[in-house]
Design a protein around this ligand. Structure first.
Ligand code: PMP
Length: 393
């Protein structure tokens, strides 16, 4: 029988833990989606999404995961036979290329390498060599922990007259991406990461220029046709063209209310501190970060696992023995890295206890660490920041 006293902690970059109020609202009776009680929630969610995206655009809401948001961008912006430039640095960036291929675009894939950033100067060269009307890239590359400089990448794309679509599935609500201020043409995201909601909603926030291109686009889309959802959302009151995921929209409303209450800047500050604490712990343990040591990489911390231990056992042992679920490496990084997430409903002691279990796991697998070294480093970061230690609203 499973040990009933083993507390479970979800420390992955999606799905992420839910605030209790978010879980509770999903237990309420189902609402008819055209009933005033739901329309009120739906309208409020659409407004609150604008706040988190930093945009006056309509944020289109789809039942579907983050990949649905990405697919909507490719379905509406890519054209069969025409070049689409994908600037990737990990597994999720590669997904843009797979999507562009699936929609018949002539995909030009600039691979910056797993663990590297997409350098704006490199993107500039690529666009010079291979002009394209649309660039697809990633804010937070969850497979490696890298956070790209979307402001710079947007400026480069625009210098070449291209639109830019950014996958912010794990980054939105964890690290700043003020869409309108930076002029980003499309941001896509999903509900289950920093937005502290269950999986199942995808978003896309095209600006006017992106909507114009979409309107002139060809066939091959229906559910993800931006025009169709836009038309519904722009009605007064808004009306989804398809049955919306009522329970998830209610959950998202509560979660976005919590973000509003904490304040977006305070949310970013909290993520900054959590990221810093995780990186300091890694350094104190004499381990290396995977990817650049970056003050902005505050979504998920990827740690290179020491040679000489069976890396694939780290997440398994942490989950089975200590009840803490972290992610290992994906694809080519399987067994080589461990990823501790801190995007969404996370506070100081989530980091402290995860690092504690990580230290114990390394010891069990035969890697010598002084117990408490990483924990103390994280504690110091939180103490230096002053009380109260950061915890979500
Ligand atoms: N992009 C990024 C950066 C992600 O982290 C994820 C999910 N891990 C996705 C896309 C895909 O989202 P989903 O699994 O919700 O389709």
């Amino acid at each position: 029988m499973a040990n009933p006293y083993l507390k479970r902690y979800l420390m992955t970059a999606g799905p992420t833990p839910l605030p209790p109020a978010v879980s509770q609202v999903m237990a309420e009776p189902m609402l008819y989606h055209r009933a005033p009680a739901f329309i009120e929630v739906y309208a409020r969610v659409l407004e609150r999404l604008r706040m988190v995206f930093g945009t006056a655009n309509d944020v289109l809401l789809f039942a579907g995961s983050g990949t649905g948001g990405m697919e909507s961008a490719v379905a509406n912006l890519a054209r069969p036979g025409e070049p689409a430039l994908v600037a990737s640095c990990g597994k999720f960036g590669e997904r843009w290329a797979e999507l562009c291929d699936a929609f018949g675009a002539r995909t030009v894939h600039f691979e910056a390498g797993w663990g590297s950033k997409v350098e704006p100067a490199e993107l500039d060269h690529r666009l010079q060599a291979d002009p394209a009307e649309v660039v697809f890239t990633t804010l937070s590359e969850t497979s490696t922990g890298v956070v790209n400089d979307v402001r710079e990448l947007t400026a480069v794309a625009h210098r070449h007259g291209a639109l830019i679509a950014v996958d912010a599935v794990s980054g939105l609500g964890a690290v700043p991406l003020p869409q309108d201020e930076w002029g980003v043409d499309v941001v896509v995201s999903g509900s289950q990461k920093a937005l502290m909601s269950p999986p199942g909603l995808g978003f896309a926030s095209p600006n006017e220029r992106a909507l114009e291109r979409a309107a002139a686009g060809g066939p091959g889309r229906y559910f993800f046709d931006w025009g169709r959802t836009l038309q519904g959302q722009r009605k007064d009151p808004p009306d989804s063209p398809f049955t919306p995921a009522v329970g998830l929209v209610k959950a998202l409303d509560v979660a976005l209310g919590l973000i509003e209450q904490e304040g977006l800047e305070a949310v970013y500050d909290r993520h900054r501190l959590l990221g810093r604490a995780a990186r300091e712990a890694v350094r104190a343990l004499d381990l290396e970060l995977f990817g650049p040591d970056d003050e902005n990489a505050n979504v998920v911390t990827a740690i290179k696992l020491p040679d000489g231990i069976d890396g694939a056992k780290v997440p398994k042992l942490m989950r089975d023995r200590y009840g803490i679920t972290i992610a290992g490496g994906q694809g080519r990084l399987k067994g080589r890295i461990a990823r501790i997430a801190h995007c969404g409903y996370f506070g100081a002691f989530d980091i402290v206890l995860t690092v504690a279990a990580f230290e114990m796991t390394l010891r069990e697998l035969g890697h010598e660490v002084e117990l408490g070294t990483g924990v103390a480093a994280a504690q110091r970061v939180f103490l230096d920041a002053g009380v109260p230690v950061p915890s979500p609203a």
